[in-house]
Ligand binder design. Structure first.
Ligand code: NAD
Length: 455
């Protein structure tokens, strides 16, 4: 049955912190009407004015960064350090997109008999369907460039985390964004999400979430040839070659899959280690896992908070019975959705934990023989989002970077997401790219105009 309201829990305490009315199909219909009107004026406004308003939006977010961060801690259980970074990331995304408004250039192409130009037209109304794992930044990844390119945005946050999105929409109005241009529709995926996907007035859907739901959205959108960008799941490798700085690789490994309690599509959950250094690497990794501080997200020393919900906790538990061998860290007892940092060892390559996205603080370690075997293992997945390569050999680093089929690779680092650089997946990790210098283009349609000089 359709819910009329959403209950928002603090995942660290299980307390209800808010109830929010759930958007219905009729709410989505009304929002599309308002967004369409707002978009027409917005697209017609001078680029400098649009850029100025977006910069002001960034400044208002900056002024409320601590408030937004605390809201993210409460509704998503993120550590305070992460949540502060996330609020700052929203500000930076808005500033970066604002810089693109006045540089959204078409091209002039040499042709015989006239002049040919391309124009990057806004698409119209964009539906953004966001997940709960990074509610603020992922909403902003799409929203900032979509607005900058002259579109309106209807943002549907995940059921469990609507609060930061709602607050951002209020701050947008405070900054002078026109009414109706950015509207937030908290609601259930199959209700409000489906209504956005099906609505003929919505030109594009940007979906971030599970591969299962993403496939359904792509199939549904096909009926209207609706544009989609999909950011889906991952099972990313962390490849440690024998010639790597093993101490540095082991020290960096825990947070490569424990950040945000492993609820990160880029989490390096398959640790692939060359057999000749396998034992030594585990010796270095064991204390690093055991020392991770798991607990109150508001405590500045905390490195890992709870999982988002009881359902997510049950899902992770179903993958990792206590009987599986491995390294386990600590987690609090009592209320809250806690699971300890876990590295599983001695499992076969095709164990469910080694191939499926667990979306919790769980990684597997698998040995490999040589470079070819490492690439084979790394690519033995339908996903292709991220990956890390640890080696001191620059030739090997480059060969492996070319051979691993994934959208975002890092060498001697676990970095994946920077707003300056393109982000997205190969294979079943998604379709299209977000962020980076071309972020605005994804929210435009290229129009070609030929002007005859012979008439
Ligand atoms: P989910 O797919 O269940 O939900 C994501 C969003 O889609 C939510 O807002 C939800 O309400 C909505 N939704 C659900 N069913 C829908 C439907 N039928 N029609 C329209 N909308 C619908 O995923 P989740 O549990 O929120 O997020 C976890 C998953 O997201 C993980 O698998 C993770 O890998 C993936 N993820 C990917 C990225 C990426 O950038 N590639 C980023 C974050 C999360």
């Amino acid at each position: 049955m359709e819910r009329t309201e959403l209950q928002v829990l603090n995942p660290a305490t299980e307390e209800v912190i808010a109830t929010v009315p759930a958007a219905t199909t009729a709410d989505v219909d009304a929002a599309v009407v308002r967004a369409t009107a707002a978009q027409t004026s917005w697209a017609a406004a001078a680029p400098a004015d649009r850029a100025r308003i977006l910069r002001r939006f960034a400044a208002v977010v900056d002024a409320h960064a601590e408030e937004l961060a605390l809201l993210e801690v409460r509704e998503a259980g993120h550590t305070l350090g992460n949540a502060r970074w996330e609020a700052g990331n929203v500000r930076d995304l808005l500033d970066y997109a604002a810089g693109g408004v006045e540089r959204l250039n078409g091209r002039q192409i040499p042709v015989p008999g006239g002049l040919d130009i391309t124009i990057l037209e806004p698409l119209g109304v964009i539906g953004v369907i966001a997940p709960w794992n990074f509610p603020m930044p992922i909403a902003a990844w799409a929203t900032a460039p979509a607005l900058a390119a002259g579109n309106a945005v209807l943002l549907k946050p995940a059921e469990t985390t609507p609060l930061t999105a709602l607050r951002l929409a209020e701050l947008a109005l405070e900054a002078g964004l026109p009414e109706g241009l950015l509207q937030v529709l908290p609601g259930e995926g199959p209700v409000a999400g489906t209504a956005l996907v099906d609505h003929p007035g919505v030109a594009k859907i940007v979906f971030t979430g599970s591969t299962r739901v993403g496939k359904g959205i792509m199939a549904r959108a096909a009926d209207q040839v609706k544009r989609v960008t999909l950011e889906l799941g991952g099972k990313s490798p962390n490849i440690v070659f024998a010639d790597a700085d093993l101490a540095a690789a082991a020290a960096a490994t825990p947070m490569s899959f424990l950040d945000n309690s492993g609820q990160d599509c880029c989490a390096r959950t398959r640790i692939l280690v060359q057999r000749s250094v396998y034992d030594r690497f585990l010796e270095l990794l064991t204390p690093a896992i055991q020392e991770i501080v798991v607990g109150d997200p508001l405590d500045e020393r905390t490195q890992m908070g709870p999982l988002i919900s009881r359902a997510q906790l049950e899902r992770v538990r179903s993958y990792v019975p206590d009987t599986l061998p491995g390294i386990r860290g600590k987690a609090p007892e009592g209320p809250g959705f806690w699971f300890p940092p876990t590295v599983l060892t001695g499992l076969p390559e095709d164990a469910p934990c080694a191939v499926e996205e667990v979306f919790g603080p769980v990684a597997v370690v698998l040995p490999f023989e040589d470079e070819a075997d490492a690439i084979r293992l790394a690519n033995a997945t339908p996903y292709g989002l991220s990956g890390s390569i640890w080696t001191r050999d620059v030739g090997r680093a480059l060969r492996a970077s070319r051979a691993v089929r994934a959208g975002n690779l890092s060498v001697n680092s676990h970095s994946s997401v920077r707003y300056w650089t393109p982000f997205g997946g190969f294979g079943q990790s998604g379709l299209g790219r977000e962020l980076g210098p071309d972020a605005l283009t994804a929210f435009t349609e290229t129009k070609n105009v030929f002007i005859s000089t012979e008439a």
